[in-house]
Write a protein that binds this ligand. Structure first.
Ligand code: NAD
Length: 339
């Protein structure tokens, strides 16, 4: 199979994950781009990539044979890099969240449609087999109904400060929650009907983020009700004191008949799921399934026509962002938002 050639924009954490995934699926990385030249070079060396750039516009214009641009930069850059790639006729795999607001999503969609290129947004966590396993068990009625899916995450102020900037990744409600909205919707097999949330900026007075004029909500409890009657709930804080290492509770799915407790993540994929049913306990060991490798393969399958839809496309990206924005609106207004 001929290689498409990937221009990987961003050589940070996600850039590293994506580079590994492209190499695992046998795809060629034509160039790595990062404002930080040293980062770009280091990653390029690791994966035998010949070209590095500091300016994605230059890389996209120069590498006319590369068919695909992989967007692994902070959120503020998702729109401009996507539009530039589409303008040059290149397909786009873009990290999540899709964009900062719905207007930006519209602009991305317009550029993609006009160019006739393919686009996917990177909600890789939904691809490993544990999610399908849980969805199928729910559909077979193994847990009873209604269901409650609970998740929590507590962390120090993020070392990547841009996560706390309202003008950029906009805190966990925007940056992180999309993964869970998609997970809940998949497992419940149902659409959200309303969302309520409360929250605040716990790190409002922290010197590390004093330079941001508009600090993102970093601490929240978000609850989503689905048409099925099921509920998903997350409590999250990215506002703890520096160096805090607080154990995170396991993700749990509880129904009247049984409860599933998810094991640790390995490569963004659950290692196991334990199901408690009365006195009984069933331990389901899940196969190793690095989520970013599944995502890279799914995107190639989409490009090459082996699947008709991307793993997550524009519509899904918009839908998940809309839920995050509704959660922020609920925090601001103190009201439940009907979807
Ligand atoms: N899918 C997931 O599970 C997941 C997890 C973490 C982050 N993300 C998303 O991935 C994106 C990147 O996050 P990260 O954790 O890799 O951040 P990071 O800070 O580790 O890396 C970002 C890199 O982008 C570079 N960069 C910034 N602006 C640039 C520009 N204009 N041109 C070229 N390079 C530029 C930075 O120098 C940095 O090296 C974010 O949008 C984030 O939301 C997704």
């Amino acid at each position: 199979m001929p290689k498409h050639g990937v221009i990987l924009v961003g050589a940070g954490d996600m850039g590293g994950q994506h580079a590994r995934a492209w190499s695992k699926v046998g795809e060629e990385i034509a160039a790595i781009v990062d404002l930080d030249g040293e980062r770009a070079h280091k990653l390029a060396e690791q994966y035998g990539v010949k070209r590095t750039f500091s300016d994605y516009r230059q890389a996209i214009a120069e590498l006319s044979n590369a068919e695909l641009v992989d967007v692994a930069v902070p959120l503020v850059e998702h729109l401009p890099v996507t539009v530039e790639a589409a303008r040059h006729g290149k397909h786009v795999l873009c990290e999540k969240p899709i964009a900062r607001d719905l207007r930006e999503v519209d602009q991305m969609e317009e550029a993609i449609d006009r160019a006739g290129v393919k686009f996917a947004v990177g909600f890789q966590r939904n691809l490993p087999p544990g999610v399908a396993f849980l969805r199928d068990e729910v559909a077979k009625g193994r847990f009873g109904r209604p269901l409650l899916f609970t998740v929590d995450g507590m962390a120090e102020v993020r070392p990547k400060r841009f996560m706390h900037d309202q003008e950029n990744n906009n805190g966990p409600v925007v940056d992180l929650l999309g993964h869970y909205f998609l997970l809940w919707e998949t497992v419940f097999g149902s659409k959200p009907v309303h969302i309520s949330a409360d929250g605040f900026v716990a790190a409002a007075n922290r010197p590390e983020i004093a330079h941001f004029a508009h600090k993102a909500v970093d601490t929240a409890v978000v609850t989503v009700r689905y048409a099925s009657g099921d509920v998903g709930s997350m409590s999250v804080s990215w506002g703890l004191a520096a160096k805090s290492r607080v154990p995170t509770g396991p993700e749990r799915l509880a129904g009247p008949e049984a409860v599933a407790v998810m094991g640790e993540y390995r490569d963004f994929s659950w290692e196991s799921i334990t199901i408690y049913r009365g006195e009984g306990q069933h331990y389901e060991k899940l196969p190793e399934a690095p989520a970013f490798v599944l995502q890279a393969q799914a995107f190639l399958d989409y490009l090459e026509g082996r699947r008709t839809e991307p793993p997550s496309g524009i519509a899904e990206g918009r839908h998940l962002l809309r839920l995050s924005l509704a959660a922020l609106e609920s925090i601001q207004s103190g009201k439940t938002i009907v979807l």
